[in-house]
Design a protein around this ligand. Structure first.
Ligand code: MTE
Length: 334
């Protein structure tokens, strides 16, 4: 993957975090005083105020209603959220270009509603579902996660979604299902990065998880960020978020979820197997062949404040997920 210089973020653009902190304190005080008991749990959307001129993505009406009811998530103590502008302006989405700014610039006309998702393979309830129908039974919740890109940068992002495990239980995989394969939309007309000459990868983008990874409670299907719908550049209308793995596992704009016996042929793993493994667990002890993975640049960062921090095993989620890999040589299964 291409490594780019960080976008310089002015301190004034980090306002949402301070607003967020004030609200957090207010929420804590209200919980302490029992004031939230009657009002129900805190809602994600109410936490955020964006600076003037920052575009929000309300999404379709049916989604907006669900987003408004999303329960607020727990912040990561001592790790501020990346500003909205950075989360939605510094993206990897090769279907819309190679530069970090390309997806925001080129994905604005991307049609994400209506949207269908094909459920298939080793599963009882196979079919082509409207996203609205697929989401109907699921209450949304906020999850504040670290996203660690294999390129060496990271951000803290407040996603909104629901556990993939809940969807998997509903569609009832058969006993033969050992993996889950996810596929991004293939539509060269809408996605300039998939067109002709400058096309970089084999399309469509495919990713996969082992069944126990897919069923893990941290694994999220996201439809929103920062209290609102996902913008197209972040993988609207439906993306995966697997916080203990390098960001390339978190596939965007999903149109197919298949249950398979064989390990899926994941795009980066197929493109450069010696650089990108199928598992792709964040691991400071296993370097990328071309750079170290021991540290990361936590965004926002700048020339004068590079904000380099140690990378943690499993991106800080070892306590929850290390047992999934007990007995496996993580140097071999990188
Ligand atoms: N999904 C698709 N379909 N295409 C991509 O190029 N890039 C991946 C992942 N999902 C990518 C993708 C990579 S490398 C990262 S780091 C994350 O998306 C970035 O997510 P973000 O842009 O929301 O931060």
């Amino acid at each position: 993957m291409l490594i780019k210089a960080p976008s310089d973020i002015r301190p004034s653009e980090i306002t949402p975090e301070s607003v967020y902190r004030q609200r957090r304190q207010l929420i804590k005080a209200m919980v302490g005083g029992g004031l939230l008991m009657a009002a129900g749990p805190a809602l994600a959307l109410e936490r955020y105020e964006l600076a003037e001129g920052q575009r929000r993505y309300p999404g379709p009406d049916w989604l907006q209603q669900k987003l408004r009811a999303a329960r607020a998530g727990e912040p990561l103590e001592g790790e501020p959220l990346a500003p909205y502008r950075l989360i939605t302006g510094h993206n990897n989405f090769y279907e819309f270009g190679l530069d970090k700014q390309d997806p925001k610039a080129r994905a604005q006309g991307f049609v994400t509603d209506p949207w269908r998702v094909e459920i298939g393979g080793e599963v009882a309830n196979a079919g082509s579902y409207h996203l609205e129908d697929l989401l109907k039974p699921h209450a949304l919740e906020e999850r504040i996660y670290r996203l660690r890109c294999v390129e060496g940068w990271s951000m803290v992002i407040p996603w909104i979604g629901f556990p993939l495990a809940d969807l998997i239980k509903r569609v009832e995989p058969t006993g033969n299902a050992r993996f889950v394969e996810f596929t991004t939309l293939h539509d060269p007309e809408q996605m300039p990065g998939q067109r002709g000459f400058f096309s970089t990868l084999q399309w469509p983008y495919v990713e996969g998880l082992r069944m126990d990874e897919a069923m893990h409670p941290l694994t999220l299907l996201a439809v929103g960020v920062y209290g609102d719908a996902l913008p197209p550049q972040n993988g609207a209308p439906l993306r995966l978020v697997v916080p203990w793995k390098y960001g390339f596992k978190s596939i965007k704009s999903i149109v197919s979820i298949r249950f398979t016996e064989q390990m899926p042929k994941a795009t980066w793993n197929q493109t450069a197997p010696h650089e990108y493994g199928f598992y792709a667990n964040v691991n400071p002890a296993v370097d990328h062949p071309r750079w170290s993975q021991a540290t990361e640049r936590r965004l926002p960062s700048s020339l004068f404040s590079p904000n380099i921090i140690d990378t943690l095993p499993f991106n800080g989620y070892a306590e929850q997920v290390a047992h999934l890999y007990s007995g496996m040589d993580l140097r071999k299964w990188y």
